[in-house]
Design a binder for this molecule. Structure first.
Ligand SMILES: Nc1ncnc2c1ncn2[C@@H]1O[C@H](COP(=O)(O)OP(=O)(O)OP(=O)(O)O)[C@@H](O)[C@H]1O
Ligand SMILES: [Mg+2]
Length: 1045
């Protein structure tokens, strides 16, 4: 019967970094409902998802003496709960003879491995499952049942679309092991070792061996382990005589899959990299997503093709996802606000997965029948192949939906299937032989093969307690501590595999020299030194130049990525408090970053700074690695870390980001790559390097080469900020602005103007003397202004084809000036009008407080080829480093130009003009008082005062003053003022720029200062209506008086 995939979600605790920067919890769980809150929209309802299980492992636990995390509140889901809910079911199903699959999905560091494999005493599903299966077997055996139990174990890794056998690294040839399709079994890995095991201990040993092999491969190849998928395969077979007395086998294949970390949500697009298509960071993972989406569609009755064949992973998980298997998925969630996007995408992924249906059947057959079937099938295959005829696709790939395949695809599939037939023949043959071989025999062979290795490992484990040694640190905590080099008193040469005589400790990979370093002992003391001048060796983050003493828990970095911790048990015992208690990969990387010139202290740092620091720690080793690959492949490219503020990136908001500057050492061209683009490119570099190492054809054409950028790529030269505040006061502004690059370095001057306009788009000049006292007055009116970019001056020579880009207010597409080439002083002669009617308060706020960022873009001119001896990348990097005295720390520590300076320039200009106007206003007040005095008036009506106060033009004020009644003996107050001046209608051409907040106004068409424009007519009409309704309702506005002395 079809059954839906069971889906569980689990949220982990905050890690130390998240705690350090006070991360916010955005996940909630209640029953089987999981919620996620968008940290940017704290008032919005959180999104809700429901799953079969929701596991809260975020808090409410404590660490027991043995290190096990136990609940302090029933809501906490510990490893036992997970196993009881999920693992036990798998166990029961395996006993019944169902195939089972369990896979964990989630972003890097979200806790996939914790649930699947576990850490130390916090064992995950895999080890408990393996333990339990033998507990069950022993129990049955104790009961005296007549069943033979056979368990085999396999462990493989998919990295970069290649399958590697983790239990038999010697078999791992170029391109990895082949994935084949068997007509019955489905996809399988050709030649993968399945090792017979007879106890949990044996499985544990094999699993350790597999993880060790994974660590060695990952470190040597500099592979990012979190890009690898690990699949542990356990087959469990029970052999017995069935009721009819026939030898029968009931078997289950259990696949436990620890998937690679899912990509950052935004990294799949938007980086604008021309190479993005060819470079899915993880083909297998994106294919898995596509298959799950297609299967979910299928479950809803849509007729879609499921692209299982698109990747190695989806081939191997085909049964788990759509076939004969009972399947469980665990979605691992990070609790922190910073991971919101990724976590939401994980939840959506999980939500789709729960719609998928599989159909498991009990795999139970008489052995005879199985052998007979294998024989028959082989006969059939042999006949087909002998006939020389084409294989019919329908025969072998009936389950493939061929409707959407092109002829070429069909032909390719046919070829693949023919190769597979041959492989199937051999596989069947092997299986028949194995079936005939007794289990005891197979087990004995396997145990013999492993015995020596297991003993050596056991001895090492014991010796570690008392002998000084080095153990490895890896970014994936699963792989830390997996490699140990014991250092008994003596001399240890460290070098790559080309060293002759061979090194005592062989490391390979980037930046490891033949003869790299040497460790010596003097009594109880250990020393380390380089054995080649250009060998890269760091102790506690600092370069080693002479002979340096090693102390307990010192961190040693060989080359670019072999990071070790030195352990000296005696020292540790003698003075336990003298050395760091625990050493983590992050700590070690942080001190390296610190020594490369980055400020890594956490004191009084803002959240943003801490995030920045985290990014730096992530990026630094990656940039080192990219440089090492460039050196090795002689790519003439150098990478540097640069810290770029949002302003420098051409954005008015956002956070400061760590980017990478790529410099072509040959022609001097420079490009800034955002983080995602850099990582994507770096994966391609790694692939290139891998091909190079494997002796394959590794060079790529320029357009596919991750080390190149097209020479004519448009780059951002710099930018400058234009503060729009003056426009909010209807003041025009003309400035020569500094164009600064991402470092804040001045590159030239940009002549910019921002001029307010009247409703007709005519510029308001100083002569017009029109202004507002408070920007708020502009709300509701018609706001219009011109942005003018006249020219840039003194741009560096290396740029040509320059233009400016800017976006006003809510513009999504930037305004672009014309492109000017061949000069350092391009004249843009650009002018554009922006008009808003009616102006909203947001717009006015934008003008009063906002910034217009003008970006200057252009193309780079390549420097001419250098004459003289051609230098290698390594030599060029060294000479550059000598000249600059810097490594890869780019602009870190460099002081940028005070960005506030520009702001003050504008502020002062605006203030100056406002000051002038205020002085003028005081003058008008003086005049008003003088006029009143001349007419013997001791009091002036507030309307007049108000009009003088609010007048946006001197003429309006003058007209108001004229309304002060002449000395007609009518005393000083009983003047019945016929207000003919309307502030709004007499405002001349700028009426539309002002708000009409004045409480009383009347219009005067005949007012000399108010020529009627179309705009004012409209305004007047509106106001006329307004006034009428006022009259009807409340009567005329009340007038009040005040005394002005
Ligand atoms: N439920 C949990 N309780 C306590 N600690 C946890 C839990 N889940 C994860 N962690 C810790 O978080 C860290 C990252 O977890 P883990 O290694 O399982 O991540 P991952 O998803 O496998 O990452 P990657 O994709 O890099 O392999 C580990 O140090 C682990 O101990
Ligand atoms: Mg993991």
């Amino acid at each position: 019967m079809a059954e839906a995939v069971k889906v569980a979600v689990r949220v982990r605790p905050f890690n130390s970094r998240e705690k350090a920067r006070n991360a916010k919890l955005i996940i909630g769980m209640n029953g089987n409902t999981t919620t996620i809150q968008d940290p940017e929209q704290p008032n919005e309802e959180p999104r809700k998802f429901t799953f079969d299980f929701s596991y809260w492992s975020h808090d409410s636990y404590k660490e027991a003496a043995d290190g096990y995390l136990t609940p302090t509140h029933p809501k906490y889901a510990d490893q036992k709960m997970l196993f009881d809910d999920l693992g036990k079911g798998i166990l029961e199903n395996a006993w019944t003879g169902y195939n089972c699959s369990l896979f964990a999905y989630g972003q890097t560091g979200s806790g996939k491995s914790y649930s699947i494999v576990g850490y130390g005493p916090n064992k995950g599903v895999v080890p408990i499952f393996c333990e339990e299966i033998f507990v069950g077997i022993d129990k049955k055996k104790g009961e005296g049942v007549k069943i033979e139990f056979e368990v085999t174990f396999s462990m493989l890794e998919i990295y970069n679309e290649q399958v590697r056998d983790l239990l038999n690294p010697a078999s791992n040839k170029k391109g990895g092991l082949k994935v084949r399709q068997h007509p019955k079994k489905g996809f399988y890995v050709e030649g993968l070792q399945t090792i017979p095991v007879n106890s949990y201990k044996e499985i544990e040993n094999r699993m350790d061996e597999g993880t060790r092999n994974r660590t060695v491969a990952a470190t040597n190849m500099n592979a990012t382990s979190s890009r690898a998928h690990t699949i542990v395969g356990i087959t469990f077979t029970q052999k017995f005589k069935n009721d009819a007395g026939a030898e029968t086998a009931k078997s289950a294949i259990v696949n436990l899959v620890d998937l690679a970390g899912s990509e950052r949500a935004e990294s799949t697009g938007a980086t604008g990299d021309r190479l993005k298509e060819g470079a899915a960071i993880n083909q297998s993972l994106s294919s898995l997503g596509n298959c799950i989406a297609a299967l979910a569609d299928k479950a809803q009755g849509k007729n879609v093709r499921v692209p299982f064949r698109d990747s190695v992973l989806t081939k191997l998980l085909k049964n788990a996802l759509g076939g004969n298997s009972k399947t469980i998925m665990i979605a691992a969630l990070s609790p922190a606000d910073i991971n919101y996007d990724e976590t939401l995408s994980t939840l959506r992924y999980a939500d789709r997965a729960k719609q998928i249906k599989t159909q498991a059947v009990v795999n139970e057959d008489p052995t005879e029948k199985l052998i007979r079937e294998l024989q028959e099938e082989n006969e059939k295959l042999k006949k087909l192949m002998a006939s020389g005829g084409k294989v019919s696709l329908n025969d072998l790939a009936a389950d493939e939906d061929q409707a959407e395949m092109s002829e070429e695809e069909k032909e390719a599939l046919r070829k693949e299937l023919e190769a597979e037939m041959q492989a199937t023949l051999e596989e069947n043959q092997k299986e028949m032989e194995l079936m005939r071989q007794s289990w005891e025999e197979k087990l004995r062979e396997a145990q013999q093969a492993a015995a020596q290795q297991d003993q050596a490992e056991l001895a090492k484990k014991n010796e570690k307690k008392t002998t000084p040694h080095l153990y490895n640190l890896n970014v994936d905590p699963q792989l830390s501590g997996m490699i140990t080099h014991l250092l008994k008193p003596g001399t240890y040469k460290i070098g790559n595999n080309k060293a002759d005589p061979p090194a005592d400790i062989v490391l390979s990979g980037l930046n490891i020299q033949k003869s790299h370093a040497i460790i010596t002992t003097e009594g109880e003391n250990y020393f380390i030194e380089r054995s080649a001048l250009d060998a890269k060796l760091l102790v506690n983050g600092e370069p080693v130049s002479g002979k340096e003493k090693l102390d307990h828990h010192d961190r040693v970095m060989f080359g670019s990525n072999h990071l070790y911790v030195f352990v000296h048990p005696k020292q540790a015992q003698a003075s336990p408090n003298a050395y760091p208690k625990v050493v983590t990969y992050e700590m070690a990387q942080e001190e390296i970053a610190q020594n490369s010139g980055f400020d890594m202290s956490t004191d009084k740092k803002s959240n943003e700074d801490l995030l920045l620091q985290e990014d730096l720690v992530d990026m630094l080793p990656a940039v080192e690695e990219a440089n090492a690959i460039s050196e090795e492949l002689d790519k003439k490219v150098k990478f540097e870390i640069v810290v770029i503020s949002p302003k420098a990136r051409g954005m008015t908001s956002g956070r400061t980001e760590v980017c990478v500057k790529m410099r072509n050492l040959d022609n001097g061209l420079e490009y800034i790559w955002p983080r995602d683009k850099f990582f994507r490119r770096k994966y391609m570099m790694q692939e290139m390097y891998q091909n190079y190492q494997e002796g394959e054809d590794w060079q790529l054409p320029d357009e596919k080469d991750p080390f190149t950028e097209p020479a004519d790529l448009e780059v951002q030269i710099g930018s400058c900020n234009v503060y729009l505040q003056s426009l909010a006061y209807l003041i025009d502004l003309k400035e020569s602005m500094e164009i600064t690059d991402y470092k804040g370095k001045e590159l030239g001057i940009l002549e910019v103007e921002a001029v307010p306009c009247n409703a007709k788009g005519k510029e308001i000049t100083e002569a017009d003397d029109v202004f507002v006292e408070d920007p708020k007055e502009l709300v509701g009116g018609h706001v219009s202004f011109n942005i003018k970019i006249h020219a840039a001056r003194g741009l560096p020579n290396k740029y040509t084809d320059v233009c400016c880009k800017y976006s006003v207010y809510l513009d999504t597409d930037p305004t672009v000036t014309k492109v000017v080439g061949g000069t350092s002083n391009p004249e843009f002669k650009h002018k554009k009008n922006f008009s808003f009617n009616p102006a909203t308060s947001q717009l006015v706020d934008y003008l009063a407080n906002g910034v217009l960022m003008v970006q200057v873009w252009g193309k780079q001119k390549a420097a001419g080829e250098k004459k003289g001896k051609k230098m290698t990348t390594k030599e060029m990097m060294m000479s550059r480093a000598l000249a600059q005295g810097s490594g890869i720390a780019g602009n870190a520590g460099e002081k940028t130009v005070d960005v506030n300076k520009t702001f003050y320039v504008f502020q002062i200009a605006t203030l100056k003009k406002r000051q002038e106007r205020l002085e003028m206003k005081i003058g008008q007040f003086k005049k008003m008082v003088e006029t009143a005095e001349k007419s013997n008036k001791a009091r002036i009506h507030t309307h007049i005062v108000q009009q003088v106060l609010q007048a946006q033009h001197p003429k309006i004020a003058e007209a108001a003053i004229k309304k002060i009644p002449k000395d007609d003996g009518a005393g000083d107050l009983s003047v019945q003022l016929a207000f003919t001046l309307s502030r709004s209608s007499s405002m001349s051409s700028v009426s539309s720029l002002s708000s009409s907040s004045s409480s009383s106004s009347s219009s005067s068409d005949s007012d000399p200062a108010s020529p009627m424009t179309e705009e004012t007519k409209k305004t007047k009409k509106k106001q006329g209506r307004k006034r009428r309704s006022r009259k009807d309702g409340e009567g005329p506005p009340k007038s009040a008086a005040c005394t002005i002395m």
